[in-house]
Design a protein around this ligand. Structure first.
Ligand code: ZN
Length: 218
């Protein structure tokens, strides 16, 4: 489904949403649970894009429902995987995810298949990536969570949930206080669209921005 500005939300992916950014630079943001690579590639082919033009797979953070199909996609599209340096040891399997997240790859394995650790990940530099997209560090849900921002469009991973925009649930958050600060940084930007990992792609509105602001102050 084309959302806005050449950005597609790939339909039917299990786990978190996968966004396909097309234009002068094309790349994927997140990769769903394991086993989603065929569906993602099919979507890319269906819109007439050659997977060889993909310049990267950007991972907003280390959770299994976001990183699950990254390695298979990388092998199929022959492009690098990118993440914030603090997330890389988790995605490469060198460091264990904290708390319940340690067990999620095992819990999802019977249905979706094994989570393959990435062999190589390029660190995202804070500032700019792929021309005009800004990488905004937004720690809180995880230590190295990032948001991509361009011209009023924010691809927010698990910083916010879509629909009635809310913060990611507390029990899955690494640090709620830091999460609130990160949310503040993003909602101070001019916003047209919030593209979350979960819930619908959501046009920005003052109504929910105000509500969100109040819930963070309260
Ligand atoms: Zn997450």
């Amino acid at each position: 489904m084309l959302v806005t500005d050449g950005i597609h939300l790939i339909d039917g992916v299990k786990g978190a949403h996968v966004y396909l950014v097309t234009g002068s630079h094309s790349f994927l943001v997140d990769s769903g649970l394991p086993g989603q690579e065929d569906r993602i590639l099919k979507y890319i082919n269906n819109i007439g894009l050659d997977p060889a033009v993909l310049e990267g797979i950007i991972l907003t953070h280390y959770d299994v429902d976001h990183v699950g199909s990254a390695v298979k996609l990388q092998n199929l599209a022959h492009c690098p995987i990118y993440a914030h340096r603090l997330e890389i040891p988790y995605i490469m399997g060198q460091q264990k995810r904290p708390g319940i997240k340690r067990w999620l790859p095992l819990l999802t394995r019977p249905l979706y298949g094994a989570l393959i650790p990435a062999k190589e990940i390029k660190p995202l530099e804070e500032g700019k990536v792929f021309e005009d997209w800004e990488v905004i560090p937004t720690p809180g849900h995880t230590p190295g969570h990032i948001v991509l921002y361009r011209n009023g469009v924010a691809i927010v991973g698990d910083l916010f949930q879509g629909g009635e925009i809310r913060l990611a649930p507390n029990y899955f958050s690494w640090d709620l206080e830091i999460l609130r600060k990160s949310a503040q940084i993003v909602i101070e930007r001019p916003l047209r669209w919030i593209l979350p990992g979960h819930g619908p792609a959501t046009p920005a509105s003052n109504h929910w921005l105000d509500k969100l602001q109040k819930s963070m102050n309260g």
